[in-house]
Every structure is written in C-alpha cells, then in structure tokens.
Ligand binder design. Structure first.
Ligand SMILES: Cc1cc2nc3c(=O)[nH]c(=O)nc-3n(C[C@H](O)[C@H](O)[C@H](O)COP(=O)(O)OP(=O)(O)OC[C@H]3O[C@@H](n4cnc5c(N)ncnc54)[C@H](O)[C@@H]3O)c2cc1C
Length: 418
C-alpha cells in the first residue's frame, strides 16, 4: 500500500518537504490553516524573497545563531547551491546581490511561492486550505492529524508550522503544543531579528536609511558586537539588516523582557575613513564653507536630518560659522561621526521578530532526518525547531535543508523508489 504522509503547514519548509516526498513517490496531504499557501514566504525579503545565500555550508554555520551543529547534516545534504539549482529548474531564475544574497531575478517572492505550489500540485499533492490542525498523535506504527471537523491516519506526520512571530501569516506556535503533548521540551520562544528601540526621540529621523555604516552594541564588561552594512531609522528605534542581525546577538545583554540594562548603540557614519582622514576631510569642507553656519556645511558629509544629533553630541552650536570652529571642536566632531551614540531601551516583541528563536528542543530531534526521538513517526522541520540564523537568506535555507533530509529520511524508511 502506498505510503501516506501529512505535512502540517504550507510554508517554505512544508511545501518543499511535500514536493520532495511526492518526487519520491509518497502520497501527501498538506494542511494549511490559511486560505492560501506561503503567506509568510510571500512577504520575505520585502516581497523579493532572499531565498538563500550563495555560500558554502561552513559559511552558513557561521551565520546560524542557535544550534548550528544540529544543522550539520541538513545543510550539507541540501546546500545553498542545491536551493539555487532547484528554483532555476522550476523556472525561477535567480540573481546574487550584495552579501551573496540570492533573490529571484523577477524580484517577486510570489514567483517563489507559485513555483513551490506548482511543484506540489503538479505531482498530485493534496493541499487542504482553511484547515487548522489541532493536534498530532502517535497511533502505534502510524500517526494521526486531528483537524477542525475531523481526523485522519497517516504513516507519518511532518510538522512544519513555523515559529510564533508575524502571527498574521498563520504561524502562531501551534507546533510547540503538538511537540509538548508528545513529551518534547520547548525552549521558550522569543523574538529574533527584531528592531531595537531607543531611549532618544528619533522621530525626526524616521525613514532615514544609512548605507555602508558600522553599528556597534557596546555593553559594560562584554565584548563589543559590530556589523557593517545598511540600517534604517524608525519612529522609535532602528531596524534594517545590520540592526536585525545585531538584535539576534544580544542574548545576555537584555533581560527576559528584552530590556537592555546598560548599553550603547554606536554608529560609525564613515567606517572607510580613519580619524585622521576624516579630520582632513572636515578641514577641507569647513574651509570651503568658510562663512557658512556649520549646519549648512555638514550636508556634504552626512544626511541633513542627522546633523542636529551629531552637532548636539559634539557640543557645537549649529549656527557656529565654519571659520570659527576650533581644533578642539573639530576633534569632538570627528569622534562623534565615528561614534554617534544612542541608548537602546529594548528589543522589539515576538510579533515583530523576523524569526522566532527557541522552539522544539533539538536534543529530542534526530539531526539526520528531523524525526522526533520521542514519537517515531512524527517529524519537525523549519522554524518550529530551536534554530535561527542571521539575515541573508540563511533562515529559508534552514527551512529547505531540514525539509529535504526529512523527506529523504521518510523515503528511505519506507524503501520508496528514489
Ligand atoms: C517579514 C519577514 C521577512 C523575511 N525575509 C526573509 C528572507 O528574505 N530570507 C530568509 O531566509 N528568511 C526570511 N524570513 C524568515 C522566513 O520567512 C522563515 O524563517 C520561514 O518562512 C520559515 O519557514 P517555515 O515553513 O518553517 O514556517 P512558515 O513559513 O511560517 O510556515 C508555517 C505555515 O504553517 C501554517 N500553520 C501554522 N499552524 C498551523 C496549523 N495548526 N494547522 C495548519 N497550518 C498551520 C502557517 O499558516 C504557515 O503557512 C522572513 C520573515 C519575515 C516575517
């Protein structure tokens, strides 16, 4: 009799696992609580979907924040190159951007979702939309999915319900309760890749994007953590790729509510210039500006909206004439441009997290195929697991790689034709 598997959740991991199972001749029902598949996937990468990172498995591990060792088999079995090849074959040509980030050439996440959905449906996968699974049980050598209005038996159930952030996309943490009921430990879910809120009023900076800057979180008694790249000011804090990544490295610097006790966010606005070069550049700008107020000279060096913050921290009046600026004031200006200082107050909450850190404890999951060691025919893949990575396409790669080894493991287990 044909092997039958239920996949719970039609996100990145669930759709890809289903496609891989179907490819191996296994029949699949996918349960999705939403009225469409891939709701979160369709908003990834600001609607462009950074689907992986063109790097080696070793470089993936360097960017995994939680439990990189668990992912060793998964990432080595299905690598970033495999992801690119898979999507190219499905008719989604890709392109590489800054930081080796890979996107569809069309810049449309919707194309990635459509391609995955077609790979599933064209192979006979049965997608049950608007069907929320309420529990997953083990029944001897079988497993059971209980959903609103019924239940069904399967050879295996694959839980791909995602994390607990961006709940509007359908990932509300249901997989955690399934795992808990089976006896698994859940590592307390918390937001990762979140904005950092600031104590200062930065409303006037909202929308300002800074490219090629270095942001550093500095806390007493701890090594500084720095990232180079792009960041963005919001009404009450900061976000953008380097801030999101920094936020994931703040464990131990915040309390359980995500509040910083004592820390600074230092922004180097000109990382390419050392203090000496920067001073020479400022001397030149000031002498060219000569009779102008300094606030009207600095736009050559930095965005206009930042000038009041920089001058205030440097202790220089915005109206001071360029020719009157003293060597000491210039020194203070250089120091401020290299270390513009803000005070982090807290990390964004779980619903603002691009991903969830925490989840099903990987100690109880077999790293070779993502099988639950406590429930032989139940598997957990993707973000529901206690794994998370920095920005750059690594999180989707984790979803695809864990889905791949799971499908391969189920197929090998039931001796299906490859
Ligand atoms: C705004 C945003 C941008 C992002 N951009 C990127 C990016 O560019 N690159 C990158 O690598 N990562 C990105 N991520 C992270 C990435 O989207 C996730 O890591 C990835 O989607 C996880 O895949 P998953 O399949 O495990 O979970 P999900 O994609 O969350 O899918 C889970 C699915 O399960 C369904 N579900 C949940 N519970 C049930 C239930 N009880 N019954 C039935 N169905 C259920 C949900 O509705 C959902 O469709 C981004 C995340 C966000 C929020």
């Amino acid at each position: 009799m044909a092997v039958k598997v239920a996949v719970i959740g039609a996100g990145a991991a669930g759709l890809f696992a289903a496609a891989q199972l179907l490819r191996r001749g296994i029949s699949v029902d996918i349960y999705e609580r939403n009225d469409r598949v891939g709701k979160k996937l369709s908003i990834t990468g600001k609607g462009r979907c950074n689907l992986t990172n063109k790097c080696t498995p070793a470089q993936v591990f360097e960017n995994v924040v939680t439990n990189p060792k668990f992912l060793f088999s998964a990432i080595n079995s299905f690598t970033p190159d495999d992801t690119i090849e898979y999507f190219e074959r499905l008719g989604v040509p890709t392109k590489e951007e800054r930081g080796r980030r890979v996107f569809p050439q069309s810049d449309r996440a919707a194309d990635v979702v459509k391609a995955l959905e077609k790979d599933v449906t064209s192979r006979g996968g049965n997608i049950r939309l608007n069907t929320r699974v309420l529990a997953v049980n083990r029944l001897g050598a079988k497993a059971e999915a209980i959903y609103e209005g019924g239940s069904e038996r399967y050879d295996c159930v694959v839980v791909a319900t995602g994390g607990a952030s961006y709940k509007g996309t359908g990932s509300t943490g249901d997989g955690y309760s399934f795992a808990k009921a089976l006896g698994n430990k859940i590592i307390t879910p918390r937001a990762a890749l979140v904005p950092i809120y600031l104590k200062e009023d930065v409303t006037s900076l909202a929308g300002l994007s800074l490219k090629n800057v270095t942001a550093t979180i500095s806390s007493p008694g701890r090594a500084d953590i720095s990232m180079f790249g792009e960041m963005l000011f919001m009404h009450r804090g900061v976000s953008g790729p380097i801030i999101l990544s920094l936020s994931s490295l703040c464990a131990g610097r915040v309390n359980e509510r995500g509040e910083f006790s004592s820390a600074s966010l230092l922004i180097d606005l000109k990382p390419a210039l050392d203090e000496e070069k920067l001073d020479r550049r400022i001397v030149r700008d000031l002498s060219e500006g000569h009779t102008k107020a300094i606030k009207n000279v600095l736009p050559a060096l930095m965005p206009k909206s930042l000038i009041p913050f920089v001058l205030k921290q440097a202790g220089i009046s915005p109206e001071r004439r360029a020719c009157d600026v003293t060597a000491r004031e210039r020194e203070s200006l250089v120091a401020t441009v290299k270390r513009l200082n803000f005070t982090p107050s807290h990390l964004g909450g779980i619903d603002e997290g691009i991903i969830t850190s925490g989840g099903v404890d990987v100690k109880q999951i077999d790293p070779r195929d993502c099988k639950d060691k406590l429930a032989d025919n139940i598997y957990f893949i993707g973000e529901v697991l206690d794994v998370d990575a920095l920005t750059g396409g690594y999180n989707l790669q984790i979803a695809f790689s864990t889905a791949y080894i799971c499908a391969r493991g189920i197929a090998e287990r039931y001796n299906s034709a490859q």
